[in-house]
Design a protein around this ligand. Structure first.
Ligand SMILES: CC(C)(COP(=O)(O)OP(=O)(O)OC[C@H]1O[C@@H](n2cnc3c(N)ncnc32)[C@H](O)[C@@H]1OP(=O)(O)O)[C@@H](O)C(=O)NCCC(=O)NCCS
Length: 166
């Protein structure tokens, strides 16, 4: 079930509950994922919504943000209000309780960084390039070596610069 969400181009969700969440482009979201589910009060008489569902006394909703090119594995839970950076990977069955930086690979309960997808220099280039906002990777698919990150970044940068000059 997906509601009160924006899901940008080319992102897909196989199954789960996604609520009040902004999802960027090119995200791959696997099965049985829970993102942005309602919060309940932990220090009231009860945790049940009967206490506030017809008032403004408790705001159960907080926006959850998923960047671009994020891969979320099966059975992940992402706690409401968290931000997941561009390019991050969330390992299967993780519970994400804190913001995740761009291009981090995280896993576990609570999710911790196991490594980054690329070195700092490449990550900075990717965050500047924002390839997901252009169409070079579609229009020049055969000219880009997607499996070689250094080359791919360089090739997209060159295509972009060529367009600027033209
Ligand atoms: C997160 C993931 C991408 C990491 O892959 P990887 O970079 O090849 O990582 P490794 O397998 O080398 O594991 C590195 C360490 O993280 C741990 N780890 C990996 N995934 C984990 C997970 N989901 N939960 C807890 N720990 C995990 C490994 O046990 C290993 O720990 P160690 O160093 O103590 O031995 C992968 O494990 C994963 O969860 N993929 C998602 C699969 C999925 O849900 N697919 C759905 C279809 S789209």
């Amino acid at each position: 079930m997906i509601y009160d969400c924006t899901v940008d181009d080319h992102s897909y969700i196989i199954s789960g509950l996604v609520k009040n969440t902004k999802i960027g482009k090119y995200c791959s979201i696997a099965t049985n994922v829970t993102i942005g589910a309602d919060r309940h009060p932990t220090d009231w008489l009860s945790t049940h919504p009967f206490q506030y569902n017809d008032t403004d006394n408790f705001k159960p909703l907080k926006i959850t943000t998923i960047g671009n090119d994020v891969w979320i594995g099966a059975n992940v839970v992402i706690i409401t209000g968290v931000s997941i950076g561009d390019g991050a990977i969330i390992g299967a069955s993780s519970v994400v309780t804190r913001d995740i930086p761009p291009y981090a690979i995280v896993a576990g309960i609570p999710a911790k960084i196991i490594r980054y997808r690329f070195n700092e220099n490449i990550i900075n280039k990717l965050l500047k390039l924002k390839w997901w906002d252009s169409e070079y990777h579609f229009h020049h698919k055969n000219e880009i070596d997607f499996s070689n990150i250094e080359k791919a970044v360089e090739q997209i940068e060159m295509l972009k610069n060529k367009d600027k000059v033209a």
